[in-house]
Write a protein that binds this ligand. Structure first.
Ligand code: GLA
Length: 372
């Protein structure tokens, strides 16, 4: 009897172990002479995410199509060195401030701060040596009901022009529901501003087989924040109704992307805009859905952030050669970057980007995959 029980228990243990999501560490070459490591999270269904220490970057994401075929659904490079030398932010963790700060200037408690301007007149994604270019440390790796890796990075007081020493972690976890969850956390030694996010470029066709113009996109947003010609928000919150920005029900990306009668489409060279996610910021709620009709792959994005930047890779100009041996061009991918609104430090009526000592920052992003 005891023997049977023990046998039963060990079979159970084996089955659980076989079904558990696993995390494994490996070398991922070098970048700028420094060693890069990667962690691969794999669930029992075979979905797998590889994240490397350079930029805490999501380097590959294998997801099944409707026939069960697993292919890579994110743009990127084969080697860490290419991520360091080519400024696309493919899959990277962005900080200190994702998106733009007008003229690289803001003030906090009466003190003016100046940042590097690396995007025309503005500062973009924390400057030319943002968190995407930093080597993160692997804090912990674990397998189980979900597979998980925690990366950390300490940004020195004054780094890239921002006040306060910022201690940051990026947690990636993958569960059996095909949800890849990202949690960006931070604490600061002085009042500061921040906007941490992930900059994955999704192409659900798998191995970049097709562009994204036929993808069906839904954005749970009644309003978006229009921009000026340098992509800085004007301050307005504009209803999407009746415009090419209305994705409240699913629309093909390509249907209205060339509608040059709309100045916002002209400024963005297509879509490169922050949408105000319906519902209460701070609670994780649906923000976006992307459906790729041929492969059947579906991506649902849930966020805790007030906004999400919908960007169609408009600056990819065919000079970037990616993993599948393809050159990346405009419209080859969709980015969905959840965060506070662009240039929030200069818009007191936008949700605040401020973090005080003693407070903890958290930005939660869930990418859920399925196929139909
Ligand atoms: C964000 C911006 C875009 C572009 C990309 C990176 O999505 O909104 O304008 O700068 O990052 O190339």
């Amino acid at each position: 009897m005891l023997k049977t029980l023990l046998l039963g228990a060990s079979i159970l243990a084996i089955t659980t172990a076989a079904q558990a999501a696993t995390a494994t560490r490996s070398d991922f070459g070098t970048a700028g002479g420094a060693k890069v490591e990667a962690v691969t999270l794999t669930n029992a269904a075979g979905m797998s995410a590889r994240i490397m220490t350079l930029g805490a970057t999501l380097q590959s994401l294998l997801v099944a199509d409707k026939a069960g075929k697993k292919e890579d659904v994110v743009l990127g490079y084969d080697t860490a060195q290419e991520y360091l030398s080519r400024p696309n932010y493919f899959g990277a963790s962005i900080g200190r401030y994702a998106n733009r700060i007008a003229k690289g200037k803001f003030s906090l408690d009466g003190k003016a701060y100046t940042l590097e301007t690396n995007d025309g007149p503005n500062s973009l994604h924390g400057g030319s040596k943002g968190f995407d270019k930093q080597m993160w440390k692997i804090e912990s790796v674990s397998s189980g009901a979900d597979a998980r890796v925690v990366f950390s990075y300490v940004s020195a007081d004054g780094e890239a022009g921002f006040p306060g020493e910022l201690k940051v972690t990026a947690t990636y976890s993958l569960n059996e529901q095909n949800e890849l969850k990202l949690e960006y956390r931070a604490t600061t030694s002085k009042p500061t501003v921040l906007n941490l996010t992930n900059h994955s470029y999704f192409n659900l066709s798998g191995n970049d087989a097709r562009d994204v113009m036929g993808n069906l996109v839904t954005l749970h947003a009644e309003k978006f924040t229009p921009v000026d010609a340098t992509l800085i928000p004007t301050g307005e919150r504009k209803p999407v109704a009746g415009s090419p920005f209305d994705f409240r029900s699913a629309h093909r990306v390509g249907d209205r992307i060339r509608d040059a009668r709309d100045a916002q489409i002209r400024y963005g060279r297509g879509y490169d805009h922050n949408f105000i996610v319906d519902g209460a910021p701070g609670t994780v709620r649906p923000a976006a859905m992307v459906e790729e009709p041929v492969s059947g792959r579906v991506l649902e994005v849930s966020v805790s952030a007030p906004g999400i930047q919908f960007y169609t890779g408009n600056f990819l100009d065919g000079t970037f050669f990616g993993k599948a041996g393809r050159s990346y061009r405009q419209g080859d991918s969709i980015c969905l970057e959840p965060g506070v609104f662009p240039d929030a430090p200069n818009h007191p009526d936008f949700a605040t980007a401020r973090l005080n000592p003693g407070q903890s920052y958290l930005n939660t992003i869930v990418y859920k995959f399925s196929a139909k």
